[in-house]
Design a protein around this ligand. Sequence first.
Ligand SMILES: [Zn+2]
Length: 240
Amino acid sequence: MRRWNSQPRCGTLYHRMGRILKGYETRFRWLLQRVRARRLDQGVQWLVNKARKLSAEEHTPLSSGLTRVYEELADRPLFRAANPRPKPDRFFCDAGLGGLARWLRGAGYEAAWKAGIDDDDLLRRARETGATILTTDSMLMERRLLRDRIIPSLWLPPTLSIAGQLRLVFREFDLQPGVPRCMSCGGELAHGDKEALRERIPPKTYLWLDEYFVCRECGRLFWHGTHWTRIVKALGALKG
Ligand SMILES: [Zn+2]
């Protein structure tokens, strides 16, 4: 088993864990600031140490310990009630979060994404459109525009699955699933007439399904298939 918290075997591994740790430290700090905690540095360090202890006891990667400590803390009524963040209605996902952008659209939110976009372009576009930046890059979070909250943002641990990322975004901003949008371009979906669309529907699907949707923007055809089920499942787990 790989253990991120054991002695690093190579520079890359150490570097990666360093970035994850930095991301969590920022999140811990924000949580503590939210409840106006004093002595922030000690608080952050205490939480990191707690995560280290947890990971060592359970022989799990440090990232798992950090996730648990963060989630347990964020779930406490004191932290949930304190100064909730404004709910974003649109997101800009960094270059590595194309999968999350698609799922967010499926869950009813506008989510922009561009392959290979550089940081400056990402910041400029998010600012222009009033979007909340979602990123796994803790170095990006150090940029002044994000650090000073001029552009709202959320750092996501790079170790999470897409379902995990989606759950975290929903939990963090206390979101509810909306009317699904086109997973490809984010456009609105309109009900499609099954017979008129017959040639575009795979024959096996045509046999058992009656409800179809067409994107008003790009014209793509959708139905409640595998992706849909996975999104509903991911969000359903939030209620547990
Ligand atoms: Zn579309």
